[in-house]
Design a binder for this molecule. Structure first.
Ligand code: PTR
Ligand code: PTR
Length: 278
């Protein structure tokens, strides 16, 4: 497969690495004004990880800010666009906005790529109730029906009810638990299995909600991998740097570290069992 081999050459020769290091982390000229408003600063988990005004998710109502960005990846020929909402891990004071985002963006799938704590530090607030409990977040009522673990990830089934409207929806939660921030998943086959479960959740251009702690490193890698695998499935070439640039044009700093970028491509290659990534 020619596109695979091109990718392999880029990794081996180091050209991919060189260009990645030189790619801007933040697109010049895009503002972050709303995220920086004094009343919004405590809604940001990290002061330095903020959504652009141009692509931020705007909530309905007066308080319209949430640290989340719309991400759209152009379709491969004869395919649909891949749509995402990339978000930070909710804080105790932003769970309501998080669920409001899920409701308003009409997503039925939440992909969580972090654990609640790592090395003793809080990475994300637990924004859902334990099964079989029900918990209200503003007008959003969340019931957790079940929680099943396999080796690599946890699947939860929620019913989300808009209590003001009396409408409800089923939401599936997939949490990958073996991926530290700034790092890479330990086990490529586990992770590829997870990515394929994510891909099975796709329904047309409905967005997937993806978050980690900051919503840039691990979230960026997952989106990069789904994009690459989707293109390769359609027999189309993959331009790794273009993908990362497309993501950073929509949310700054997507795909954080060189090791994340390297491993993402190695895992893409490993997905094709006939090729060696080294
Ligand atoms: N705190 C950010 C960081 O170091 O990750 C600051 C930062 C943001 C640095 C953007 C660089 C950025 O992009 P550029 O290199 O294009 O100015
Ligand atoms: N200022 C924090 C830091 O650099 O540690 C921001 C940050 C935290 C950035 C986590 C990325 C992080 O990883 P992820 O986006 O995968 O949660």
């Amino acid at each position: 497969e020619e596109s695979m081999r091109q990718l392999e050459r880029g990794i081996q020769s180091g050209t991919l690495c060189f260009h990645f290091e030189n790619l801007y982390r933040r697109k010049p000229g895009l503002s972050l004004n709303c995220a920086r408003l004094p009343e919004n600063m405590d809604k940001n988990r990290y002061k330095d990880v903020l959504p652009y005004d141009a692509t931020r998710v705007v909530l309905q109502g007066q308080e319209d800010y949430v640290n989340a960005s719309h991400i759209t990846v152009a379709p491969p020929v004869s395919g649909v666009r891949l749509c995402y909402v990339a978000a930070q891990g909710p804080l105790p004071q932003t769970c309501t906005q998080f669920w409001q985002t899920v409701w308003e963006q009409q997503t039925h799938t939440i992909i969580m790529l972090t654990t609640l704590t790592e090395r003793g530090r809080t990475k994300c607030h637990q924004y859902w109730p334990h099964p079989p409990e029900v918990k209200d977040y503003g007008h959003m009522r969340v019931k957790c029906h079940s929680e099943e673990c396999n080796l690599a990830y946890v699947t939860r089934h929620f019913t989300l009810t808009h209590t003001k409207r009396g409408e409800e929806r089923a939401v599936t939660h997939l949490q990958y638990v073996a991926w530290p921030d700034h790092g890479v998943p330990d086990d490529p086959s586990d992770f590829l299995l997870f990515v394929s479960s994510v891909r099975e959740r796709r329904k047309g251009e409905e967005p997937l909600m993806v978050h980690c702690s900051a919503g840039i490193g691990r979230t960026g890698v997952l989106i990069t991998m789904e994009t690459a695998l989707t293109r390769l499935d359609k027999g189309q070439p993959v331009f790794p740097l273009d993908i990362v640039k497309t993501l950073r044009d929509q949310r700054a700093m997507m795909v954080q570290t060189t090791v994340q970028r390297n491993k993402a491509w190695i895992y893409v290659l490993l997905n094709d069992k006939s090729l060696s990534p080294y």
